[in-house]
Ligand binder design. Structure first.
Ligand code: PLP
Length: 490
């Protein structure tokens, strides 16, 4: 299958490219993204309850006819063997008679980013080696993307990763996951500033001539591992299908019965995966989107307006959803309204920080999505209430309960995508459970929650506090360029 561009084709770009090409160089004409030219259909064999997660994943990848050999796909999917339960890397847990949690965080870094980044990293590294090309991956992280990106590429030849994080802007656990990574091909840089500063520093770097020259001289190409890369999206379709087939197998739903899928959204990669699954034929009634106080997505879906004009990023207790420009919305616009309109809307957003859908377009969007927002107080109360009943959910997952309580108009089963383990946000979890505002370190909060709730620690987190810190460099914004340039040449 080939890939086409969301904003139409510009001179100098191929009109159609392969999967390999789309993942090695993910930016398309006019700053657009790559999307599949067509979509395969799910026949009933995809919902066969005896299919293992890996077997289902392989079926989905092969249905997209990607240009990756079967043996390489098999190797990539072996990464799921390092999840808590290799036979069932994404447990589906029933927490109410009509409510199920798709736990997507049982991988090495305890966040759902592993679901896609683990196999994706293997495939990208394989392609680089096969072509004998060297790639640099730049990542700016507010906490979960960084650790998952470092973890998947560690010790892979032909790939280097430079990862920028805001010093003091992540949880201790997230920071430790990065600064204890010792592989030579990884560079972790703390910067004095916030996540915006980290992202802006990357943009400045990408635009700099020195940077381009250094890349050229060291025969290094640039790729990306964020969810603009379709190589991540394809792995985010699979677990939605798996959740549905598990419900079928458990007799919770009948064949063809529709369900709601609820997604705590930031860059919209997870939600896009659900949308593509629905497009392939998975019986989804609607995809319910939750935002936090940064509620651009809710505004778009409820009012048809993507409006950044007087919005400032608000720091919330669900930092992975603290996003204003949500990159994968563009792929939805393309799918519903075509390339010409997508280019127009995205240009409006760039120049006027604003776009407005027509009433007709909005009505179409609303046939697929509904949206709600949850504030920090709601998330904490939700965490506390569920903890009392014996279920632990992280602050991102908790926002989904807002959607579950308000948007599920029909009496259908709802599946919530749970995106992180509680250990990644332990101080917030402790405040929620204890109903206090006491400031605790991650280690203190983890110990307290273990004691109060009888929780066990995953080995990945337990070991973290013992590991040696090997990348503790924290620098001024101005020094980023030189630091990255030195790393590329090292
Ligand atoms: C990345 C992330 C999200 C947002 O997912 P998108 O695919 O970017 O919408 C939500 N929760 C957690 C914990 C995350 O790490």
């Amino acid at each position: 299958m080939n890939f086409i561009e969301t904003r139409g084709n510009e001179a100098g770009f191929k009109e159609r490219i392969t999967f390999s090409e789309a993942i090695l160089s993910p930016s398309a004409s006019f700053g657009g993204l790559y999307v599949p030219e067509s979509f395969p259909t799910l026949d009933p064999s995809f919902l066969d309850p005896t299919l293992s997660y890996k077997a289902l994943a392989k079926k989905v990848l092969q249905a997209y006819e990607i240009d990756i050999e079967e043996a390489v796909i098999d190797e990539a999917l072996k990464r799921y063997d390092a999840f808590d339960d290799p036979a069932n890397p994404v447990p589906l847990v029933k927490i109410k008679p009509d409510l199920f949690v798709n736990e997507l965080y049982h991988g090495p870094t305890r966040a759902f980013k592993d679901m896609a980044l683990q196999p994706f990293g293997f495939i990208l590294s394989h392609l680089a080696k096969k072509r004998d090309e060297h790639y640099l991956i730049l990542a700016a992280t507010s906490g979960d993307t960084g650790p998952a990106t470092l973890e998947t590429f560690k010790d892979q030849s032909h790939i280097k990763v430079a990862c920028l994080y805001p010093d003091g802007g992540t949880s201790d656990v997230q920071r430790l996951q990065m600064v204890t990574e010792s592989a030579k091909n990884l560079k972790v840089i703390g910067i004095k500033g916030n996540f915006d500063d980290a992202q802006n520093a990357l943009k400045t770097l990408l635009a700099s001539e020195d940077f381009k020259e250094t890349l050229q001289k060291s025969h290094t190409k640039l790729s990306a591992a964020n969810s603009v890369n379709f190589g991540r999206i394809i792995f985010q379709i699979i677990y939605h299908i798996k959740a549905y087939s598990t419900l079928l197998a458990q007799g919770e739903i009948q064949k063809g019965e529709k369900i709601y899928i609820t997604v705590p959204s930031g860059n919209f990669g997870n939600a896009l995966g659900a949308y593509y699954a629905q497009k392939m034929g998975l019986p989804i009634e609607k995809i319910l989107i939750t935002s936090n106080a940064n509620n651009v997505l809710k505004e778009l879906i409820n009012e048809g307006r993507y409006d950044l004009r007087d919005k400032k990023l608000i720091n919330t207790l669900s930092p992975a959803m603290d996003i204003l420009k949500s990159s994968n919305v563009e792929r939805i616009l393309f799918d519903l309204f075509g390339a010409k309109r997508t280019k127009e809307l995205m240009e409006d957003l760039n120049t006027q920080h604003y776009y407005q859908l027509t009433q007709e377009e909005l009505a179409i969007l609303q046939t697929y999505f509904s949206a709600a927002d949850s504030d920090d107080a709601f998330a904490k109360e939700t965490i506390r209430n569920f903890a009392k009943e014996g279920y632990i959910m992280d602050p991102h997952t908790a926002t989904c309960i807002k959607a579950y309580g308000t948007l599920n108009e029909k009496p259908l089963k709802t599946v919530i995508c749970s995106t992180a383990e509680w250990t990644k946000f332990a101080p917030t979890m402790a405040n929620a459970v204890m109903n206090d505002e006491i400031k605790r370190s991650d280690a203190e909060a983890i110990a307290l929650l273990q004691e109060k709730l009888g929780l066990t620690l995953s080995p990945q987190i337990a070991q973290l506090f013992e590991k040696e810190i090997v990348q503790d460099e924290v620098i001024e914004k101005e020094k980023i360029q030189q630091t990255v340039l030195n790393f590329i040449q090292s």
